[in-house]
Design a protein around this ligand. Structure first.
Ligand SMILES: [Zn+2]
Length: 626
């Protein structure tokens, strides 16, 4: 999974024409007598709900639990999909309702289970529901936009009987004329407006989201793997052709990175872009990985603006085909949808994946060394918001409850653990072996259907590599020692400075200007300096005027230029309005002060060591080919 906080966007300038290159999937329909047989009719949306019908497989117990997941793989968060189910009925052959109770919000315990002939219920989508005890991150949720777009994350629509997740599923979807269902599921029979999907078990059904809309699809061939790129862009700003062009190179490089062949025959990038400027209800955008696809919910932007985001997020999700999809512990391999157990190895599932997504770009020339250094420094700065002495393995085990707030660090420190491990491995092997080779070795040893014991992975990695790697894990991943970044960066000829303090003249006191959507200039600063505190600035103050000069979105760049010219000792008189945002009442105020120098702290400064030795340069070459 990957997610980021939504950023406000502005103007949409031009519209790209959509491309339409359709290709039909290999059809190998099979039918089974004893299968879950589901049907849902997308043309019948009533009150933003869809009706799902199930003809169940043979049930041999007196009572049975029909369940929706509390959680699904890859999200590391409990969502309780049963919350979105209403009007549930279980019927016998004569159409009589069988009685049931709800032992928890995801489960229906049905009496007289052997008599069940049909189950029917309504599903409300998660994306725009008001039932939001806590939100569902959109790539894991469901969308019902009548006659426009349907996101079937199947666990939101279809459940399972307790103890019967290994039974086959047939899911028939009736869709509006002209729509296409984009998915990584490859056993599908498409007949007119009815598609039937065949999967071997519930895990595979959850693993294969489907998006229905008017198609804008492009197919790529990446070393023999058929890759579908499907885009829903309501204002037609971004086409699948554009995304495919942006991704083609990086997918080729990822193939090389993984040793020349991709571990899957087919793959789908399913991309939903929202035209809503406020973004999604969850306040985040991002994606969720699966074995043969990944589902994206991003903001609709001009293609040039969205290209790097798509590359970064798609590279991350695509690399999940390595881990956790092909290297995982039993907690993930035998995922329990209602009592999920966590693994201690998020440093690998998310951290190493995030590292590889950037590493591949720099190593194969898609990203400059300086841009890569910026990525590393930014990750170090964001990681500072989290607890650096909490053992990463412990955070991972407890990320659903006690350490929920620390989860986001998997994309920051998790990736940095990956980087330091990679450099340390290259150092010990004189350049010959890094995380790239390590992951290939682990994929060979394990794979999609073979899990490892959670507490034996590190031992296995040490066995494959060097005793020093055991020390690395003991101190920096399982232990509470912060990673000495400088030590590792030095090995590859990069300088590292943990922090630098300078004295600067800054009339904005460490804040910077931002615009709100009402034409105001406000200030924001994660770390104001002592002058900013003295004069009394607060985050989100509206700056009306500075020394009599009005400040507007139109002239704020010019005002910034003038502020930079101010001399020490200049008297400042700043008219502001505090509040008028986040429900805080408005208050006019005047702030006064005399401009003086104050400290500016910059953290995690990485630079290229111009005097690096041959050994350092050689190791850097092995590491990132730069
Ligand atoms: Zn991820």
């Amino acid at each position: 999974m990957a997610n980021s906080k939504t950023q406000l966007l502005s103007m949409y300038k031009f519209v790209l024409s959509i491309s339409l290159i359709c290709s039909s999937l290999f059809v190998q329909a099979q039918q089974s007598e004893n299968a879950y047989k589901f049907s849902v009719d997308l043309t019948k949306v009533f009150k933003d709900q869809l009706t799902v019908e199930l003809t169940p497989p043979q049930i041999n117990t007196d009572t049975v639990l029909y369940r929706f997941p509390a959680m699904v793989p890859g999200t590391y968060k409990v969502y309780n999909f049963g919350r979105f189910i209403t009007d549930f009925v279980a019927l016998d052959a004569a159409g009589n309702e069988l009685s049931y109770v709800k032992p928890d919000r995801n489960s229906f315990q049905i009496a007289d289970a052997k008599k069940i002939k049909k189950i029917r219920y309504k599903v409300e989508d998660t994306w725009d529901t008001d039932k939001r005890a806590d939100f569902v991150f959109e790539p894991a949720g469901t969308n019902i936009q009548k006659d426009t777009n349907y996101v079937l994350n199947n666990h939101g629509f279809f459940g399972y009987f307790e103890g019967m997740t290994k039974v086959q599923y047939e899911v028939m979807v009736k869709h509006p004329e002209g729509m296409y269902g984009s998915t990584g599921l490859n056993n599908v029979k498409r007949e007119g407006n009815e598609d039937t999907y065949y999967v071997n078990n519930y895990h595979d059904l959850v693993d294969g989201p489907i998006m229905y809309c008017k198609p804008d699809t492009t197919w790529l061939n990446v070393g023999g793997t058929k890759v579908l790129i499907s885009v829903y862009s309501p204002k037609k700003l971004v086409s699948s052709k554009f995304v495919a062009d942006s991704l083609h190179d990086i997918l080729e490089y990822q193939r090389l990175y993984l040793g020349g062949t991709l571990p899957v025959n087919n793959y789908a990038f399913i991309i939903y872009l929202t035209g809503n400027e406020d973004g999604f209800k969850s306040g985040s955008y991002g994606a969720l990985e699966h074995s043969y696809s990944s589902m994206y919910t991003l903001l609709e932007m001009e293609p040039a603006e969205i290209a790097q985001t798509v590359k970064d997020v798609a590279a991350h999700e695509f690399f999940h085909i390595v881990t956790p999809l092909n290297i995982h512990s039993y907690e993930i391999g035998d995922f329990d949808f209602n009592k999920p157990k966590m693994s201690m190895h998020l440093w690998m599932y998310e951290g190493l994946t995030e590292y590889a997504a950037h590493h591949v770009q720099v190593k194969y020339g898609k990203m400059s060394l300086n841009a890569f250094i910026d990525v590393l420094s930014e990750k170090m700065n964001i990681a500072d918001r989290y607890n650096d002495t909490l053992p990463f393995t412990r955070m991972s085990l407890l990320c659903l409850d006690e350490h929920e707030k620390e989860y986001g660090n998997v994309y920051q420190k998790g990736a940095l653990i990956g980087m330091c491990l990679d450099i340390q491995l290259r150092h010990l092997s004189k350049g010959q072996y890094g995380t790239q080779e390590l992951m290939a070795d682990l994929s060979k040893k394990y794979g999609k259907d073979r899990s490892f014991n959670d507490d034996s992975l590190i031992t296995e990695i040490v066995r494959l590599t060097y005793p020093e790697i055991g020390e690395f894990f003991k101190k920096y991943v399982m232990g509470n020692e912060p990673i000495p970044y400088g030590k590792y960066l030095e090995m590859v000829g990069l300088n590292y400075e943990a922090s630098r303090t300078e004295m600067v003249l800054d009339p904005l006191g460490g804040y910077f200007f931002i615009q709100d959507n009402q034409g105001n200039v406000r200030i924001y600063g994660p770390e104001p300096n002592s002058f900013g505190n003295d004069i009394g600035y607060k985050n989100f103050d509206v700056i009306k005027s500075i020394n009599g000069k009005k400040v507007t979105p139109q002239n704020m760049e010019q005002v910034l230029g003038e502020l930079k010219q101010m001399k020490e000792g200049t008297k400042l008189k700043i008219k502001i309005i505090r509040g008028g945002i986040f429900g805080i009442p408005k208050q006019k105020m005047t702030l006064k002060g005399t401009l003086r120098k104050s400290e500016k702290v910059t953290r995690h400064i990485i630079t290229i060591d111009k005097g690096a030795s041959e050994t350092q340069l050689l190791l850097r070459k092995f590491w990132i080919n730069k």
